[in-house]
Write a protein that binds this ligand. Structure first.
Ligand SMILES: *Cc1c(COP(=O)(O)O)cnc(C)c1O
Length: 355
């Protein structure tokens, strides 16, 4: 730390991204919930040499074309959608924008690792609500909170989804507080809260192109809510980085949003591969939490989380291990292609046999 670093940020612990190995050729990379199928082929068509020439010009700060495509897909008015440089940016804007006088922000104790980081950067007073003994979010724990609530649905790293009625319960019991639903994984089997937007003006839904649309490298996220909430987020955006999406990303995301067929096809494949993998691992004695995401959270009493993680790594398979209380027996495995998951099953069997 230099002597110039802000004293108020002295204790800041930044987010630790999953490993992004330089040499991916041999590795089976199942550690950061990327989508193995790649973006829609329409994305490559959209990024023409002529568009690359236009990089000399600033992008459209409103990203109107993209906002329109998202609004159309969800049947919303354009002014109820805003876009960000990854949903991480929108989550950051939200932590900055939506703190009440007491600066309270509520989120699950075990959830996306970025929430407690934003809590620190934006000096919120974070209240971390424990999960139940089955690592589930209990909606009853989120009644009348008196501050902004942030819930990932499905939750990470568990993959467990809440029912829409449970989200609705949280919205109903917090009419004067904002409820942010982070739907990074919603397309893999949960129900989107977008349906509730017309009924609840205290709802903000955040989604990303990183997982179900396979554009993690493009950094694209979006938010949907009331006009007023979207306006607030834009106030932050225009006070921070009006050109938050670059030209090529806007093109990529717009093309991807319009290619519904590819989207449906690839997400269905991932769901099918997930079900296959769950079945295989259960046969090998694993406990697998019920996942509605493109990853599974698993443990096995015959091998510790750490040993399983290390054993896979030695065999060129990377998964994610969290050395944290309550989840250190588990590893999180991204769903890859069927071939990758077959290899995972083979190596897993071998590791268990060696025990
Ligand atoms: C991956 C992820 C995000 C971030 O997505 P980006 O759009 O890539 O910034 C947000 N929330 C959760 C729960 C995630 O897992």
């Amino acid at each position: 730390m230099s002597r110039f670093f802000s004293k108020t940020l002295e204790k800041l612990i930044p987010y630790t991204p999953g490993e992004q190995p330089k040499q991916v050729k041999k590795l089976i990379k199942l550690n950061t919930n990327e989508n193995p199928y790649g973006p829609s082929p329409k994305v490559a068509e959209a990024i023409t040499a002529a568009e690359i020439d236009k990089l000399m010009l600033y992008p459209d700060p409103e990203a109107s074309e993209l906002v329109e495509a998202i609004a159309k897909y969800y049947g919303l008015e354009k002014d109820r959608v805003m876009v960000g440089n990854g949903s991480d940016e929108i989550l950051g804007f939200s932590f900055l924008a939506f703190q009440n006088e007491e600066r309270k922000m509520f989120f699950p104790e075990i959830s996306y690792g970025f929430y407690p980081v934003y809590e620190q950067v934006f000096q919120a007073s974070g209240i971390h609500i424990p999960l139940d003994e089955n690592l589930r979010i209990r909606p009853e724990d989120y009644e009348n909170m008196g501050g902004t609530i942030v819930i990932a649905n499905p939750n990470a790293p568990t993959g467990i989804a809440l029912e829409l009625s449970e989200i609705e319960h949280i919205l109903k019991t917090n009419p004067d507080d904002l409820v942010i639903i982070d739907e990074a994984y919603v397309d893999f089997g949960a129900e989107s809260a977008v349906k509730l937007l017309d009924k609840y003006d205290n709802l903000l839904v955040i989604q990303t192109f990183s997982k179900s649309r396979s554009l993690a490298g493009s950094r694209l996220g979006f938010a949907m809510g009331s006009r007023e909430i979207i306006k607030d987020l834009n106030t932050i955006k225009y006070s921070f980085n009006p050109y938050n999406l670059n030209r090529l990303s806007i093109l990529a995301a717009t093309a991807s949003m319009k290619d519904v067929e590819y989207f449906e096809d690839t997400r269905r494949k991932i769901i099918e591969t997930r079900e296959w993998t769950v079945n295989e691992l259960e046969k090998l004695g694993f406990e697998v939490l019920p996942s509605s995401a493109n990853f599974i959270f698993v443990k096995n009493s015959n091998i510790s989380g750490k040993d399983y993680f290390t054993g896979l790594r030695k065999n060129d398979i990377i998964v994610r291990y969290f050395d944290k209380p309550k989840i250190s027996d588990h590893v999180r495995i991204t769903i890859g292609t069927p071939q990758q998951m077959q290899e995972l099953a083979i190596v897993t069997r071998k590791l268990l046999d060696e025990k």
